[in-house]
Design a protein around this ligand. Sequence first.
Ligand code: G3H
Ligand code: 13P
Ligand code: ZN
Length: 310
Amino acid sequence: MALVDTKEMFKKAYKGHYAIGAFNVNNMEIIQGIMEAAHEEKSAVILQASEGARQYAGQPYIVDLVKTAVKQFPEVPVALHLDHGASFEMCKECIDGGFTSVMFDGSKLPYKENVKITKQVVEYAHAHNVVVEAELGRLAGVEDFVSVDAKDAIFTDPEQAAEFVALTGCDSLAIAIGTSHGAYKYSGEPYLDYERLQKISDLLPNYPIVLHGASTVIPKYVAKCNEFGGKVLGAKGVPEEMLRKAATMAVCKINIDTDIRLAMTAAVRESIYSKPDNFDPRSYLKAGRQAVKEMVIHKIREVVGSSNSI
Ligand code: G3H
Ligand code: 13P
Ligand code: ZN
């Protein structure tokens, strides 16, 4: 199977009350680890590259590594997605370069500007059989002191979400309901606004919703990083059962980067620390790749729930 867009995988996920994992990729070992996991779990997968990933590896390397992985595992439906595209031009570069899905992230722009550029990206993407994810609302963790009014200001407004989708024609929408990026998400109790998610899906029936910032920051991996010389302190993420619940609702794509970074870094640190005489990068990168694979298997089983869906 060649690379696919996300339409079919989202349709099946919506009906089956699960989500598709969208994992960030930056190099060969990460791509291999994720693909081995998707193959073993018999699950579709989204491999996503950020602007930083494209700068680090170079877009053609990412595209060709992913195409090679698709050849190795032809039964796994794989979408190659631009994560947080910052401009029409960046989305166009990815569409022209072989991506099957792009995100235009206009969430920090004034609403009208977000609508305008998202629409422009959708027109170009759809003419090239590529799908578009857009974002509305400000992604931020919920602190204990955030009042209901403040939540209304930063979280996605359901009516505006429905209007935004109708105006832009975007294929999926990332919303803000309490998740945030990185390893430090909540200073208080973790919180996801399911009521808001339900309202959005009532207004947009059968429409795929995306959750960014969905790493859990599993204490075991933080501890392992720190045991082998790291200093990752006070990190806290979204509990996995909360994400699992969102995946049974309208959420069809769950973005995970930080948990893969932590797993890979913990394994590489352990490998380097426990074999001080080794200086062959293959040794510690192999440990890192295996850790990516195990983390993605865990996410597919316990968080997105997409095992045995192909
Ligand atoms: O949401 C952002 C992703 O975690 C990618 O991070 O921009 O450091 O590659 P990055
Ligand atoms: P995390 O930092 O929670 O892994 O979020 C990743 C993400 O949203 C990528 O777009
Ligand atoms: Zn994100």
